[in-house]
Design a protein. Sequence first.
Length: 139
Amino acid sequence: MGFLLQKSKENINSAVLLIENKHHSSSVHCSYFSCIQLMLHVLRSDFNKTEEEIAQESFDGSRNLHGFHNWIQNTFFTEVGKREKDGRIVLDFSSKLGNLKGIRIRSDYGINQIGEKEASKALEGAKSINQIIEKRFKI
């Protein structure tokens, strides 16, 4: 198992434990980054990209799309669209990832507390996003 794939799974497990222990904001961070780490794993495992290629593409994409997270989200939105004939899945992927990203930004930088309901929603969204990725890409 690749290191990023392992970290992705650990972050999902960590999110569960954090929710159980009432650390809701931190759980959202783990849920979100489990998706990012899985996407980075797929860039290596399915797209056969080298570290140098990922670094260059993410650098260029970050500059053009205003950030690393926008670049990787756009890259996977495009790739899911190429591999999935059902447009609803593509929109669902994009919507769930966008929602999760929004919750993660609020939980990491916002002044309002994240509750259990929102943390659980983030965890379920991350699991769903990861399932979409796992179904369509070589893991």
